[in-house]
Design a protein around this ligand. Sequence first.
Ligand SMILES: [Zn+2]
Length: 428
Amino acid sequence: MAYTIGNAIIYTGDEIIEDGYISFDDRVISTGKMDDLKSKVNYDAHGMLLMPAWVNAHTHIYSALARGMNIYFNPKTFTQILDQLWWKLDRNLGQAEIEASAYAAAADLIHSGVSTIFDHHSSQNFIKGSLAILKKVIVDTAGMRGIFCHETSDRDGTQIESIEENIDFYKLNRSGTVAGMMGLHASFTLSDTTLREVSKVCDGKIPIHIHVAEGIEDEVYSINDYGLRVIERLDKHGLTIPNSIYAHCIHVDESEAEMIGKSKGFIANATQSNMNNAVGIADIGMLSKRAKVVIGDDGFGFSPPFDLRITPLGQKIAKNSPTAFSTSDLKSLIDNTFELASNHLNLKFGKIKTEYVADLMVIDYRSPTPVSKENFWDHIFFGIGSPVRSLFINGKPVMIDGEIKTFDEDEVKKESRRIARILWNKVK
Ligand SMILES: [Zn+2]
């Protein structure tokens, strides 16, 4: 039975339909002007904006309970940020903490209009079965789509267990709503022995999801210890696999970006997180000429609209030029992010057209100026911040008029606050 949203300004990915309607089941069936609609309307958008829901190309659900945690924190380098905060946190995550993190993140993501996430998980003392917990909450309960992996790293000696978790999950979960990848922390915490093992199991087919040159030390260690830059090292091990995600790439050089592009990999940018960690700002212009750049949030807030504004601002300030990054550059990044989701889930994302997935959001954006296909991304960039009122994923209503329909948000937040208190007492 088709569901119809009417009286919306629809951005289809290619054009604007004013006074539009859309009918869908799990896919888009038809769109057009209200005057041409024959069936009844199930949801009246009252002139609000309807567009494809967001995809988040790099996030960390496991960071959700860190918000407001007070521990000793005085890092001088990026590695010290990991050591003083994230590695302490992830060693203390068990089943209850992972589940609470997933619900807390899901609530924020849904309110921000996100349908699909590429999550990079880490719980170094609870590895086996950790990805199934994320899937149960994010996909089975919240009704979102997720591509999950566990962070393989030599730092705690758990690398083999992580590789197994990634492979087991990848083999079991390959549908239009869930998939797996091979999660790797970063070159500087992975030995050659581990990379050889990863290479063997990935066999050039299972894409990797890894942090690359987020801090300058990743490149420095790689060059000093292996005589290779980070991407060269991964390539030597046969790990530049199509549809892999290389998060950050702030300090890669042109030849590394070239290698990522040639291998059909994607570079995930997360400017907001990079600013927070003071690790630098990736040169998106340089990277984009050579590879496809996508947008993630690195677990900083689960709110793509913030990243959509900060990404261009970061480029402008880094280049000292108000024309360093245009809103059409922003559109390219978003289109790439939809393409990444399409490649992993074997469905069409990012447009409101027949056969595309019915992942749609209704934003309470009532423009003070005309909206056209030419200026649509100016509206997104300058006018962003309007609340997402309703979200449909896979054709199903996940949030209607600000209320999440797939779980009880108040209950979930109450529980996550309880679990966070316990967790904070454990993280020293
Ligand atoms: Zn990250």
